[in-house]
Design a protein. Structure first.
Length: 633
């Protein structure tokens, strides 16, 4: 039977029998075959060695393409599993997917893996790569697979097949060489040698089988993998720099905040840390005012009946905290939107009133898993620069365009200039008609177009109630953080009976736009600390200036200077310790103080000050009034 293959340029070629992607690549050029990693068959990624047994449109995916990177990482997980079982016979394998920057694999083994074990395992992985074992795809029958894994002592694999795969469902096995194999959907590279050496094992963690604490505990080995060794080196350098900038470490060094076991996932802000918080909050409050928002405040706890009406009970209750009083059940709010609808509903609204914009620095609580908590980047108690816009469909484009302009200015003011805008589109499970989704998505596209920005579309990643625009910023060491968002929601006004009277005196539902620029205040401050390595710009620094006298004779003048700085609205302190000035300067430099104001007898007599700026060798002597004006500016 002849098979017709269509190439990306539209050319076609017939083959008398099934043909593999690798054979097709070799027929085009040996260089392409060498670089090839996968083949796309009618839009689906296949192994290069898998016979194409039907008419198909194909394209050869080379190693440098993004589609290949996930497969490289998945292959690394399989090579990791083979290495572990070769070195530690009796270890059971479970599952090992690719991740955002690498891979992991979960193992059942009584003895814990050590750091020395990781070095040994990584060395064995490189040996397996050097063997260049062929990776072959096989299709097995359900019962045969169960029997094989039970006979091999792989009880977790056998359980998964029995309980998670239907008897008539195709079950694929991937074999590396003659002996080692694993159940997997694929696809994979043609051989272990194609993986290369751009991988590294980084740590071991503990997890539970199937994510259930009642099940067996497993050990998870994590690794990172890239297409080239240069990319791996760049990533490892980024990780090294990130460790230096870790906001938890800097918080201890700079006395900003702490966390403790009695309040997991929550933050104890110290005076300096709270000064940063206030600087961010007051800045954002100014953005609210300029944008025409009215600041509001809703309750922290509300009856569960409201959360059932809003839909959060069905979709979010596992992430909520609850309490009771007088035989009534309440939920501590995980988000502010239902409360804002209640404020909107407290009055009658005409179409002439819209848009109505509410803003709140709303404290929220979410029952995040303990293993997911990470400093102030992932917490259980957080505050958002939250806002909700109630508007008509016709007003959506203008509101979203205005929000975009606000957001871009905010990120620039905080020192972020490398941003990506993404549009998350309708997911598989969603509410509403296709026509309504078309209108919503096209309104957001039109707004982005009007703002003159390029964006990436993310099919399937919108909320169940509507699409959303996401803002992803890159920090100073190249990491990407998703912060701001604006979400289109026609569903919550429907669920909570929000309405306005239109020009024909008819009752209609508003569109609700959920918006945040910095998102979680805690997380954003953590990002700021790491982005600036703790050396925050002067306007954000908790202590903006320290006045340090050279001799005790200048103490009185130092106190006067400090008072003048404070009167001018600057966060200033004095250092009147009986220490040498060079010692004081070094110590305040480690505290990343932006300006050290040095005064001595001469400065006191002439009513001047000498300014030393962080990170600069130069110093500048100015009259006190001029120095204050300079710092205020």
């Amino acid at each position: 039977m002849a098979i017709e293959i269509t190439f990306p340029d539209g050319n076609k070629k017939s083959f008398d029998a099934p043909v593999s992607g690798l054979a097709i690549a070799q027929g085009i050029s040996p260089g392409l075959a060498k670089k090839a990693a996968l083949v796309s068959v009618n839009g689906e990624l296949w192994d290069l060695t898998r016979p194409i047994d039907r008419d198909a449109s194909i394209s050869i995916i080379t190693r440098d393409k993004p589609e290949a990177l996930e497969v490289i990482r998945h292959d690394a997980a399989h090579v990791l599993a083979q290495a572990v079982q070769e070195l530690f016979p009796g270890t059971q394998i479970t599952f090992g997917p690719a991740t955002e920057v690498g891979f992991y694999y979960d193992f059942a083994r009584e003895q814990a893996f050590s750091e020395a074990d990781l070095e040994q395992i990584e060395a064995r992985m490189r040996e397996i790569v050097k063997r260049d074992l062929p990776i072959t795809r096989e299709v097995w029958e359900h019962d045969a697979a169960v029997k094989h894994f039970e006979a091999a002592g792989e009880t977790f694999k056998a359980e998964w097949i029995r309980e998670g795969i239907k008897a008539d469902e195709e079950l694929t096995i991937y074999r590396q060489g003659d002996k080692w194999l694993d159940m997997c959907l694929g696809p994979h590279l043609p051989s272990t040698g194609k993986l290369g050496n751009a991988f590294k094992l980084i740590r071991v963690g503990g997890v539970y089988w199937r994510g259930d604490a009642n099940n067996a505990q497993l050990q998870r080995i994590y690794g990172v993998a890239f297409a080239t060794e240069d990319e791996l080196k760049a990533y490892l350098k980024q990780v090294e720099e990130a460790e230096k900038r870790d906001h938890r470490k800097l918080a201890r060094q700079l006395d900003l905040f702490h966390q403790q076991e009695e309040a997991p996932g929550m933050v104890f802000w110290h005076p300096k840390g709270w000064a940063i918080w206030q600087a961010v909050e007051q800045y954002v409050r100014g953005v609210f005012r300029k944008g025409g928002y009215q600041e509001v405040r809703g309750p922290q706890i509300m009856d569960v009946s409201l959360w059932k009406k809003s839909g959060h009970w069905d979709n979010y209750q596992d992430n909520m905290f609850f309490t009771e009083s007088e035989k009534r059940s309440y939920a501590i709010k995980p988000m502010n939107c239902p409360g804002h609808v209640q404020i909107y509903n407290a009055g009658l609204h005409s179409y002439r009133d819209l848009p109505i914009r509410y803003a709140e620095f709303g404290g929220c609580h979410r029952n995040e898993p303990s293993g997911a908590l990470h400093g102030i980047m992932r917490v259980r108690a957080f505050t958002q620069d939250d806002g909700h816009i109630f508007c008509t469909e016709e007003q959506v484009e203008a509101e979203v365009t205005a929000f975009h302009q606000q957001a871009m200015q905010v990120y620039a003011d905080f020192g972020f200039t490398d941003l990506a805008v993404k549009l998350a589109l309708r997911p598989d499970k969603r509410l509403g008609t296709e026509e309504a989704w078309d209108r919503a998505e096209n309104a957001l596209r039109a707004a982005l177009r009007a703002a003159g920005v390029e964006w990436q579309e993310l099919p399937g990643e919108g909320a169940f109630y509507g699409p959303k625009i996401e803002y992803h910023l890159k920090d100073s060491i190249g990491r990407s953080w998703q912060v701001g968002t604006i979400q289109y929601d026609p569903m919550m006004p429907e669920r909570l009976d929000a309405s306005y009277i239109d020009e024909n005196s008819q009752r209609r539902r508003p569109i609700m736009l959920h918006r945040a620029i910095v998102g979680s205040m805690e997380r954003f401050i953590g990002i700021l600390i790491e982005h600036h390595a703790g050396a925050l710009p002067l306007w954000l620094s908790p202590v903006q200036a320290v006045v340090a006298p050279i001799v005790s004779d200048a103490d009185a003048y130092a106190s006067e200077v400090c008072g003048a700085l404070k009167d001018a609205g600057l966060r200033a302190q004095t250092d009147l310790r009986n220490e040498k000035i060079n010692y004081k300067i070094r110590e305040h430099a480690t505290q990343k103080i932006p300006v050290i104001v040095v005064v001595g007898r001469k400065e006191a007599e002439e009513r001047t000050v000498t300014l030393r700026f962080r990170g600069e060798e130069r110093q500048e002597t100015l009259p006190l009034a001029d120095a204050i004006a300079r710092l205020k500016a």
